[in-house]
Design a binder for this molecule. Structure first.
Ligand SMILES: Nc1nc2c(ncn2[C@@H]2O[C@H](COP(=O)(O)OP(=O)(O)OP(=O)(O)O)[C@@H](O)[C@H]2O)c(=O)[nH]1
Ligand SMILES: [Mg+2]
Length: 337
């Protein structure tokens, strides 16, 4: 017989969470991600009990082509934050793709081995396969849970390209783009307008024989950005290495952290930081309302009172108009026939 699943009350979970208890955080995340109908109410109560998001947290999205070293970079910068700055660091991953790609998250967990042993770090445990679809859907809630548990730096790694890049921007305060030399990816990124949406660009793996090439690429990217923005690009382009055996003074990690700090300070000073969070929240609200409305529409449609308008003398556009009017009227009556 499988072991009985423990079901701590939301109040108990919150209490542990606010104390910074990692086990409570892990359980809270599982509850939010749960698809079991009997968990939905507790999940909602848990969210209702959460304090407002702290204003001194920073949500940093890490994007870049596959193999650019995103996980290794998060491990290095995470360790730096934990050890040198005594900060608490949480790491989440966004994977909007199907459950089949579950391996990538598992891989990340092992690649961030050192960070996962760090008491001030929390790496979201890999969900069991089949649950991955929930990662992107609940990621905003997961960020809130991490922040409530005292994590002031929340890193979000994109897994896969395309859709996840959009999602990470909607979730994070700033986006750091990692590029590497010799892959041609930087040209691709430029074409697709990805560089312009990054708040900071790091030319990664700038170590050993690759260091001069990385510096050359940084120069190229700066020029390309300058041309795009008629010389007014404020996006910093730095070179950095995440190899553990590169001395800290040569890795560029310190300068990169300073660049993140000054970006945050500037965004807070001119109001852009709060504005972005507000706008992101507004868009989440709208998409939630959309979901609710579509759900209501489908319920109404299944039991709609009147028959189709006569097919012959109604075009498709008229038919749609007809049903929109009928549905709106029904909504206007407070959902009564
Ligand atoms: N030389 C060098 N190699 C690195 C550096 N960072 C990562 N690597 C190597 O690059 C490879 C990919 O690293 P990951 O951190 O897994 O890259 P990723 O972008 O997370 O990969 P996916 O999540 O699979 O897209 C590994 O073999 C790393 O050892 C670095 O700073 N310098
Ligand atoms: Mg990775």
């Amino acid at each position: 017989m499988p072991p009985m699943r423990e079901r701590p009350a939301p109040e108990v979970l919150i209490e542990g969470l606010l104390r910074g208890d990692r086990a409570a955080l892990g359980r809270a995340i599982s509850l939010i991600e749960s698809k079991l109908p009997e968990d939905q109410e507790r999940a909602q109560s848990l969210l209702d009990l959460l304090p407002p998001s702290p204003s001194d947290s920073v949500r940093i999205g890490i994007t870049g082509p596959p193999g650019a070293g995103k996980s290794s970079f998060i491990e290095r910068i995470g360790l730096e934050l934990c050890r040198e700055r005594d900060a608490k660091v949480a790491v989440l991953a966004i994977d909007p793709s199907s459950p089949e790609s579950g391996g990538s998250l598992l891989g990340d967990k092992t690649r961030m081995e050192e960070l996962s042993r760090e008491p001030r770090a929390f790496i979201r445990p890999s969900p069991s396969s089949g649950l991955l679809g929930g990662v992107a859907r609940h990621s905003a809630e997961l960020v809130r849970l991490c922040e409530a548990a005292g994590y002031r730096y929340v890193f979000v790694e994109t897994v896969g390209v395309g859709q996840s890049e959009y999602q990470v921007r909607e979730l994070c305060d700033m986006v750091v783009l990692l590029l590497v030399t010799g892959s041609g990816d930087q040209l691709q990124a430029l074409k697709r307008g990805i560089m312009e949406t990054a708040d900071l660009i790091a030319i990664h793996k700038a170590d050993g024989p690759n260091a001069p090439k990385a510096r050359a690429l940084a120069l190229e990217v700066r020029q390309a950005l300058g041309m795009r923005t008629s010389g007014k690009s404020f996006t910093k382009v730095l070179t950095v290495s995440s190899l553990p055996d590169i001395p800290r003074s040569e890795s560029g990690m310190g300068a990169l952290l300073d660049a993140i700090d000054s970006w945050v300070l500037a965004a807070k000073a001119n109001g852009a930081f709060d504005e972005k969070r507000w706008a992101q929240g507004q868009r989440r609200l709208e998409s939630r309302v959309e979901e609710i409305l579509v759900e209501r529409f489908r319920q109404w449609w299944a039991t709609r009172p009147s028959a189709e308008p006569e097919a012959d003398n109604h075009s498709e556009a008229q038919r749609i108009q007809h049903w929109i009017a009928a549905f709106s009227a029904w909504l206007g009556r407070g959902g009564r026939s």
